[in-house]
Design a protein around this ligand. Sequence first.
Ligand code: SF4
Length: 550
Amino acid sequence: MRFSKSNDVLGTTNRGNAAESSLCTLCRADCKGKCETWLSSLVGRKLLYPRSFGMVTAGANNTTHVGVSYNSLRIQGYAYGSHGLGKGLTNDPDDCIFPNVNLETKFGDTLKTKVRMPLMTGALGSTFIAEKYWDSFAIGGALIGIPVVIGENVVGVDLKSKIGKGKAKKGKIKSSPELERRINTYLRYYDGYGAIIVQLNVEDTRNGVAEFVAEKYGNKCIIELKWGQGAKNIGGEIQVTSLDYALFLKNRGYIVDPDPTQPQVKEAFKQGAIKSFARHSRLGGPNLDTVEQVRDDFMSSVEYLRSLGFKRVTLKTGSYGMEELAMAIKFASDAKCDLLTMDGSGGGTGMSPWNMMQSWGVPSIFLHSKAYEYASILAAKGEKVVDLSFAGGFALEDHIFKALALGAPYTKLICMGRAIMIPGFVGTNIEGALNPEKKDKIFGNWDTLPKTVSDIGTKAEEIFASYFDLQKKVGKKEMKNIPYGAIAFYTMADKLACGLQQLMAGARKFSFDNISRFDLFSGNRETERETGIPHVSDVNDESAKKILNA
Ligand code: SF4
């Protein structure tokens, strides 16, 4: 394992057990620290380097590669050359410096969406943790200039949303305060980079979410069809602890478990034997038996969304097997979708059943390796391949580089779920501790700053390394409206961006179009076999021998 509980080099310690991503297997909103992502939300790019400079030496512990994961891929560096230099730059060493690496990119079929760095958020839907910290995620994402995804069921679980009855979808949703809040919060800070994406699952489709968004926001939003996610092979779940809320959700058409309408369940709840209810979504496409039927259904859904006026339509699929992967790539390409996000097993943000999360589906590196292979099959036939976004267990800058390179030239974005939520939590907790009058309203979890924070500073200007960068961007007056969670997200993204620039500069790639699979090698033979990325000692071995024999 690359990650153990603590990293002496960086001075970080996971509160719980470390997962493949580097985050804890259970990440808490009230965490006082301090994993790498938590701390980088405060100190930003400083965390790219070992601590205690001047009195230490440091060595990597990721050199015994066992098994196959993103952590067993390694990144190339070259001793000469430079590629993809931007306008006005030459191959002079003064120009070929990492801050000159251009992280901007774009995705989409015809209408391109620009992004400031190749990152997007995972889908943050009806799970309450997304609702509570939404301002941090949305404002942070908009300020960074990356797409933020509103996940499924936001309208359905909103006690204040008004949904009409009847089969006609159009005009069914009269109002949806929570969905509107989420979209408006992002759009307030949107400056031409990034996008707000709204996801649709079975219940959202029934409720008429697409029609509502089309009418109210038009092309300010991207609409996304959802096939699945990496964390579970069933639909999304949330947990509610009130009988009334459970009944409300049941009436809204959700599967609620246990069934709150049953007298014995009501009695068990009253006595305390049942303390909560799980709200589940339905499986998609149970009435479809063949690949052709899935294709027809998908094509007509995309066509219908376009008929509502959406110019950009995307698809998110989960860590299903190879047949579904091929269908997703082929159908999304044929339908000229703007992005296909494929979420490998291991990731998760909400309330997925734990053993399901541990044991179902195709782990990210296998899914993404096959995605590259399948995309290449289409490209070899002269077909245009949909832009890809890889998701599932990513948190660090090397993950972004490796995943982009593994899927190059088809991958345009890397999607992070849990990792980008951490700055939202820690920033909010700091804001609540420093402004006790706000604490409950913003869902802060701390009464005072823990030592892990006060060691860095005691006010926002001291704590967040990117505070003044952001203030320069939004202005001193507006800075007062930016939640600390968004400042933390901006700070963490700055660390990721800087780290990515450094990795790219070392690989001599100064823009994304130039990143390729040749920029990676496999740390073990199993990884080589599964990814098609040659083993570390085989890459350029031939040209090395030519040099020796010349
Ligand atoms: S922020 Fe989350 S992942 Fe990081 S140490 Fe705390 S609990 Fe673990």
